[in-house]
Design a protein around this ligand. Structure first.
Ligand code: LMR
Length: 329
Protein backbone atom coordinates (compact mmCIF):
# COMPACT_ATOMS: atom_id res chain seq x y z
CA UNK A 1 0.00 0.00 0.00
CA UNK A 2 2.94 2.35 0.49
CA UNK A 3 4.56 1.77 -2.85
CA UNK A 4 5.18 4.92 -4.74
CA UNK A 5 6.87 4.76 -8.09
CA UNK A 6 9.13 7.60 -9.03
CA UNK A 7 6.97 8.41 -12.00
CA UNK A 8 4.94 11.54 -12.58
CA UNK A 9 1.88 10.28 -10.70
CA UNK A 10 3.98 9.78 -7.57
CA UNK A 11 4.41 13.53 -7.19
CA UNK A 12 0.95 13.85 -5.75
CA UNK A 13 1.37 10.98 -3.38
CA UNK A 14 0.58 12.33 0.05
CA UNK A 15 2.86 10.06 1.99
CA UNK A 16 5.98 11.47 3.53
CA UNK A 17 8.57 8.99 4.71
CA UNK A 18 9.25 10.95 7.85
CA UNK A 19 5.82 9.78 8.97
CA UNK A 20 6.50 6.11 8.35
CA UNK A 21 7.44 3.93 11.25
CA UNK A 22 10.23 1.37 10.88
CA UNK A 23 7.59 -1.39 10.58
CA UNK A 24 5.91 0.35 7.67
CA UNK A 25 9.14 0.63 5.69
CA UNK A 26 10.77 -1.95 3.52
CA UNK A 27 14.16 -2.30 5.16
CA UNK A 28 16.96 -3.84 3.11
CA UNK A 29 20.17 -4.65 4.97
CA UNK A 30 23.12 -4.31 2.62
CA UNK A 31 26.45 -5.62 3.91
CA UNK A 32 29.80 -5.18 2.18
CA UNK A 33 33.47 -5.37 3.12
CA UNK A 34 35.15 -2.35 1.54
CA UNK A 35 35.52 1.28 2.61
CA UNK A 36 33.00 4.05 1.93
CA UNK A 37 35.47 5.83 -0.38
CA UNK A 38 35.62 3.03 -2.97
CA UNK A 39 33.40 2.62 -6.05
CA UNK A 40 31.35 -0.09 -4.28
CA UNK A 41 31.06 1.94 -1.09
CA UNK A 42 29.92 5.05 -2.94
CA UNK A 43 27.52 3.18 -5.21
CA UNK A 44 25.91 1.45 -2.22
CA UNK A 45 25.29 4.86 -0.65
CA UNK A 46 23.90 6.32 -3.85
CA UNK A 47 21.60 3.34 -4.41
CA UNK A 48 20.27 3.73 -0.87
CA UNK A 49 19.76 7.50 -1.20
CA UNK A 50 17.99 7.29 -4.56
CA UNK A 51 15.67 4.51 -3.45
CA UNK A 52 14.74 6.38 -0.30
CA UNK A 53 13.99 9.54 -2.25
CA UNK A 54 12.09 7.84 -5.05
CA UNK A 55 9.98 5.68 -2.77
CA UNK A 56 9.40 8.65 -0.49
CA UNK A 57 11.08 6.74 2.28
CA UNK A 58 9.26 3.44 1.91
CA UNK A 59 12.44 1.65 0.83
CA UNK A 60 15.23 2.03 3.32
CA UNK A 61 18.54 0.43 2.36
CA UNK A 62 20.76 0.26 5.44
CA UNK A 63 24.36 -0.01 4.31
CA UNK A 64 26.99 -1.68 6.49
CA UNK A 65 30.49 -1.14 5.05
CA UNK A 66 34.00 -2.37 5.94
CA UNK A 67 32.75 -5.81 6.97
CA UNK A 68 31.39 -4.37 10.22
CA UNK A 69 28.23 -6.51 10.08
CA UNK A 70 29.54 -9.59 8.27
CA UNK A 71 33.02 -10.41 7.01
CA UNK A 72 34.00 -12.13 3.80
CA UNK A 73 32.98 -15.72 4.13
CA UNK A 74 30.14 -14.82 6.50
CA UNK A 75 28.06 -12.55 4.31
CA UNK A 76 27.02 -15.27 1.86
CA UNK A 77 25.62 -17.43 4.64
CA UNK A 78 23.91 -14.44 6.22
CA UNK A 79 22.28 -13.69 2.86
CA UNK A 80 21.17 -17.30 2.33
CA UNK A 81 19.67 -17.37 5.82
CA UNK A 82 17.84 -14.14 5.05
CA UNK A 83 19.50 -12.25 7.94
CA UNK A 84 20.43 -9.65 5.36
CA UNK A 85 18.89 -9.06 1.97
CA UNK A 86 21.62 -7.60 -0.22
CA UNK A 87 25.38 -8.08 -0.69
CA UNK A 88 27.89 -7.27 -3.43
CA UNK A 89 30.70 -9.80 -3.13
CA UNK A 90 33.65 -9.97 -5.50
CA UNK A 91 32.82 -12.55 -8.17
CA UNK A 92 35.84 -14.63 -7.06
CA UNK A 93 34.04 -15.20 -3.77
CA UNK A 94 31.13 -16.86 -5.56
CA UNK A 95 33.25 -19.55 -7.12
CA UNK A 96 32.64 -22.04 -4.31
CA UNK A 97 28.93 -21.88 -5.18
CA UNK A 98 29.17 -21.66 -8.96
CA UNK A 99 32.68 -22.82 -9.94
CA UNK A 100 32.20 -21.92 -13.61
CA UNK A 101 31.89 -18.27 -12.59
CA UNK A 102 35.67 -18.27 -12.09
CA UNK A 103 35.89 -17.58 -15.83
CA UNK A 104 35.87 -13.93 -14.65
CA UNK A 105 39.12 -14.64 -12.73
CA UNK A 106 41.12 -15.89 -15.70
CA UNK A 107 44.18 -13.70 -16.22
CA UNK A 108 43.60 -11.27 -19.08
CA UNK A 109 40.14 -12.68 -19.72
CA UNK A 110 39.08 -9.12 -20.51
CA UNK A 111 40.99 -6.27 -22.09
CA UNK A 112 38.60 -3.55 -21.05
CA UNK A 113 35.74 -3.00 -18.64
CA UNK A 114 33.43 -2.70 -21.65
CA UNK A 115 34.28 -6.29 -22.52
CA UNK A 116 33.34 -7.36 -19.01
CA UNK A 117 29.99 -5.59 -19.24
CA UNK A 118 29.33 -7.11 -22.63
CA UNK A 119 30.15 -10.59 -21.36
CA UNK A 120 27.97 -10.25 -18.24
CA UNK A 121 24.99 -9.50 -20.49
CA UNK A 122 25.80 -12.16 -23.10
CA UNK A 123 24.02 -15.53 -23.25
CA UNK A 124 26.97 -17.08 -21.36
CA UNK A 125 26.92 -14.37 -18.71
CA UNK A 126 23.18 -14.80 -18.25
CA UNK A 127 23.60 -18.56 -17.86
CA UNK A 128 26.12 -17.95 -15.09
CA UNK A 129 23.68 -15.63 -13.34
CA UNK A 130 20.93 -18.27 -13.70
CA UNK A 131 23.19 -20.72 -11.88
CA UNK A 132 23.28 -18.33 -8.92
CA UNK A 133 19.51 -18.74 -8.63
CA UNK A 134 20.04 -22.39 -7.71
CA UNK A 135 21.67 -20.99 -4.57
CA UNK A 136 18.79 -18.65 -3.80
CA UNK A 137 20.73 -15.66 -5.16
CA UNK A 138 19.35 -13.09 -7.57
CA UNK A 139 22.00 -11.03 -9.38
CA UNK A 140 20.44 -7.67 -10.13
CA UNK A 141 23.60 -6.44 -11.83
CA UNK A 142 27.31 -5.89 -11.84
CA UNK A 143 29.54 -3.26 -10.29
CA UNK A 144 33.22 -2.83 -11.13
CA UNK A 145 36.19 -2.39 -8.90
CA UNK A 146 38.48 -2.47 -11.94
CA UNK A 147 41.58 -4.38 -12.95
CA UNK A 148 43.99 -5.80 -10.40
CA UNK A 149 47.59 -4.68 -9.97
CA UNK A 150 50.43 -6.47 -8.19
CA UNK A 151 52.38 -5.26 -5.19
CA UNK A 152 55.09 -6.79 -3.03
CA UNK A 153 57.82 -5.82 -0.62
CA UNK A 154 60.89 -7.46 -2.16
CA UNK A 155 61.58 -6.51 -5.76
CA UNK A 156 60.06 -5.12 -8.96
CA UNK A 157 57.77 -7.44 -10.91
CA UNK A 158 58.61 -6.94 -14.58
CA UNK A 159 58.32 -10.53 -15.69
CA UNK A 160 56.00 -13.21 -14.48
CA UNK A 161 58.95 -15.18 -13.13
CA UNK A 162 59.64 -12.34 -10.71
CA UNK A 163 56.66 -13.65 -8.76
CA UNK A 164 58.27 -17.03 -8.16
CA UNK A 165 58.47 -17.92 -4.46
CA UNK A 166 56.52 -14.86 -3.33
CA UNK A 167 53.63 -15.49 -0.95
CA UNK A 168 50.70 -13.63 -2.44
CA UNK A 169 47.34 -12.90 -0.85
CA UNK A 170 44.41 -13.92 -3.02
CA UNK A 171 40.64 -14.03 -2.83
CA UNK A 172 39.18 -17.53 -2.49
CA UNK A 173 39.09 -18.84 -6.06
CA UNK A 174 40.61 -21.96 -7.55
CA UNK A 175 41.57 -20.08 -10.71
CA UNK A 176 43.50 -17.49 -8.70
CA UNK A 177 45.30 -20.35 -6.96
CA UNK A 178 46.25 -21.70 -10.40
CA UNK A 179 47.29 -18.28 -11.66
CA UNK A 180 49.94 -17.95 -8.95
CA UNK A 181 50.89 -21.63 -8.57
CA UNK A 182 51.69 -21.82 -12.28
CA UNK A 183 54.61 -19.45 -11.81
CA UNK A 184 55.82 -20.91 -8.55
CA UNK A 185 54.34 -18.25 -6.29
CA UNK A 186 52.49 -19.27 -3.13
CA UNK A 187 48.88 -18.11 -3.03
CA UNK A 188 47.37 -17.51 0.40
CA UNK A 189 43.69 -16.87 1.00
CA UNK A 190 42.87 -14.16 3.53
CA UNK A 191 39.70 -12.18 3.95
CA UNK A 192 39.89 -8.62 2.71
CA UNK A 193 39.97 -6.83 6.01
CA UNK A 194 42.84 -9.02 7.24
CA UNK A 195 45.18 -8.18 4.36
CA UNK A 196 46.77 -5.15 6.00
CA UNK A 197 47.58 -7.17 9.11
CA UNK A 198 48.91 -10.18 7.19
CA UNK A 199 51.20 -7.93 5.14
CA UNK A 200 52.32 -6.23 8.30
CA UNK A 201 53.26 -9.40 10.14
CA UNK A 202 54.81 -10.82 6.97
CA UNK A 203 52.67 -13.89 6.46
CA UNK A 204 52.36 -12.69 2.87
CA UNK A 205 54.87 -10.74 0.80
CA UNK A 206 52.51 -9.25 -1.69
CA UNK A 207 49.00 -9.08 -3.00
CA UNK A 208 46.86 -8.29 -6.04
CA UNK A 209 44.02 -5.81 -5.98
CA UNK A 210 42.55 -2.76 -7.64
CA UNK A 211 44.11 0.60 -6.90
CA UNK A 212 41.14 1.92 -4.95
CA UNK A 213 41.15 -1.16 -2.71
CA UNK A 214 44.91 -0.88 -2.25
CA UNK A 215 44.81 2.76 -1.20
CA UNK A 216 41.56 2.69 0.79
CA UNK A 217 43.11 0.11 3.13
CA UNK A 218 46.53 1.75 2.99
CA UNK A 219 48.09 -1.49 1.77
CA UNK A 220 50.66 0.36 -0.32
CA UNK A 221 52.26 1.80 2.80
CA UNK A 222 53.48 -1.74 3.56
CA UNK A 223 54.69 -2.50 0.04
CA UNK A 224 57.70 -1.21 -1.90
CA UNK A 225 56.89 -2.22 -5.48
CA UNK A 226 53.75 -1.89 -7.55
CA UNK A 227 53.26 -3.26 -11.06
CA UNK A 228 50.46 -1.87 -13.21
CA UNK A 229 49.66 -5.18 -14.86
CA UNK A 230 45.86 -5.01 -15.22
CA UNK A 231 46.08 -8.79 -15.26
CA UNK A 232 42.68 -9.67 -13.85
CA UNK A 233 39.21 -8.30 -13.36
CA UNK A 234 37.72 -7.55 -9.96
CA UNK A 235 34.02 -6.83 -9.92
CA UNK A 236 30.89 -7.64 -8.00
CA UNK A 237 27.59 -9.30 -8.60
CA UNK A 238 25.06 -7.38 -6.58
CA UNK A 239 22.93 -10.11 -5.04
CA UNK A 240 19.53 -10.20 -3.42
CA UNK A 241 18.29 -13.18 -1.46
CA UNK A 242 16.04 -14.65 -4.17
CA UNK A 243 13.13 -15.48 -1.83
CA UNK A 244 13.20 -11.93 -0.54
CA UNK A 245 13.26 -10.55 -4.09
CA UNK A 246 10.34 -12.75 -5.10
CA UNK A 247 8.36 -11.55 -2.10
CA UNK A 248 8.46 -7.93 -3.30
CA UNK A 249 5.54 -6.36 -5.16
CA UNK A 250 6.06 -5.90 -8.87
CA UNK A 251 6.12 -2.11 -8.65
CA UNK A 252 8.77 -2.23 -5.94
CA UNK A 253 10.85 -4.61 -8.05
CA UNK A 254 10.48 -2.24 -10.97
CA UNK A 255 11.60 0.80 -9.01
CA UNK A 256 14.59 -1.09 -7.60
CA UNK A 257 15.53 -2.45 -11.03
CA UNK A 258 15.32 0.92 -12.76
CA UNK A 259 17.25 2.65 -10.00
CA UNK A 260 19.88 -0.06 -9.98
CA UNK A 261 20.45 0.28 -13.74
CA UNK A 262 21.08 3.97 -13.35
CA UNK A 263 23.43 3.48 -10.39
CA UNK A 264 25.26 0.72 -12.26
CA UNK A 265 26.15 3.06 -15.13
CA UNK A 266 27.15 5.74 -12.62
CA UNK A 267 29.33 3.22 -10.76
CA UNK A 268 31.07 2.10 -13.96
CA UNK A 269 32.00 5.70 -14.79
CA UNK A 270 33.07 6.37 -11.22
CA UNK A 271 35.35 3.31 -11.17
CA UNK A 272 37.28 4.49 -14.21
CA UNK A 273 37.61 7.97 -12.77
CA UNK A 274 38.65 6.84 -9.29
CA UNK A 275 41.19 4.31 -10.53
CA UNK A 276 42.77 6.93 -12.82
CA UNK A 277 42.80 9.49 -10.04
CA UNK A 278 44.26 6.97 -7.58
CA UNK A 279 47.06 6.09 -9.99
CA UNK A 280 47.94 9.77 -10.33
CA UNK A 281 47.91 10.14 -6.55
CA UNK A 282 50.20 7.13 -6.08
CA UNK A 283 52.53 8.39 -8.80
CA UNK A 284 52.74 11.74 -7.04
CA UNK A 285 53.24 10.41 -3.54
CA UNK A 286 56.67 8.93 -4.33
CA UNK A 287 55.92 6.32 -1.73
CA UNK A 288 56.13 3.17 -3.82
CA UNK A 289 58.17 2.23 -6.89
CA UNK A 290 55.82 1.79 -9.85
CA UNK A 291 56.44 -0.45 -12.86
CA UNK A 292 54.34 -0.44 -16.00
CA UNK A 293 53.92 -3.32 -18.42
CA UNK A 294 54.26 -2.52 -22.10
CA UNK A 295 51.74 -3.90 -24.60
CA UNK A 296 54.39 -6.44 -25.55
CA UNK A 297 54.77 -7.56 -21.94
CA UNK A 298 51.03 -7.94 -21.61
CA UNK A 299 50.94 -10.16 -24.70
CA UNK A 300 53.72 -12.27 -23.26
CA UNK A 301 52.08 -12.60 -19.84
CA UNK A 302 48.80 -13.52 -21.45
CA UNK A 303 50.48 -16.29 -23.45
CA UNK A 304 52.29 -17.56 -20.38
CA UNK A 305 48.99 -17.80 -18.55
CA UNK A 306 47.53 -20.14 -21.20
CA UNK A 307 47.82 -23.22 -18.93
CA UNK A 308 45.32 -21.60 -16.56
CA UNK A 309 42.83 -21.49 -19.45
CA UNK A 310 43.54 -25.15 -20.23
CA UNK A 311 42.97 -25.97 -16.57
CA UNK A 312 39.62 -24.15 -16.53
CA UNK A 313 38.55 -25.85 -19.76
CA UNK A 314 39.34 -29.33 -18.57
CA UNK A 315 38.02 -28.87 -15.04
CA UNK A 316 35.00 -26.60 -15.52
CA UNK A 317 33.77 -25.89 -19.02
CA UNK A 318 34.76 -24.80 -22.49
CA UNK A 319 31.62 -22.90 -23.27
CA UNK A 320 32.23 -20.00 -20.88
CA UNK A 321 35.76 -19.44 -22.15
CA UNK A 322 34.78 -19.68 -25.80
CA UNK A 323 32.15 -16.97 -25.25
CA UNK A 324 34.68 -14.41 -23.96
CA UNK A 325 34.61 -11.27 -26.11
CA UNK A 326 38.31 -11.60 -26.94
CA UNK A 327 37.62 -14.90 -28.69
CA UNK A 328 34.78 -13.49 -30.81
CA UNK A 329 35.90 -12.40 -34.25
C1 LMR B 1 39.11 -8.46 -1.89
O1 LMR B 1 38.83 -9.35 -1.06
O2 LMR B 1 40.26 -8.17 -2.17
C2 LMR B 1 38.00 -7.74 -2.58
O3 LMR B 1 37.03 -8.66 -2.92
C3 LMR B 1 37.41 -6.70 -1.70
C4 LMR B 1 36.24 -6.09 -2.40
O4 LMR B 1 35.11 -6.39 -2.05
O5 LMR B 1 36.49 -5.30 -3.32
Amino acid sequence: PFIILASSQSKDYPYDYEQLSQEERLVIHFSHVVGEDTPKGMAARKFADLLKERSKGYIEVQVFSNGTLYKDGEEMNALSRGDIQLIAPAISKLTDFVPEISVFDLPYAFHSLEEVHEYAESAAGRRLKEKLKEHNLYAIGLWDSGFKQLSNRFHPIDELNDLTNLRMRIMPSDILVQQFSLIGAHPRKYEFNAVYHELQIGSVDGQENTLTNITSKNLYSLQDYLTISNHGYLGYFVLFNLDFWNSLDADVQQLITETFKEVQQWEWNLTEQLNNQTLTDIENCNCIEIHYLSDEDVKEWEEQFQPVYDYYKSKYSEEFINALPKFQS
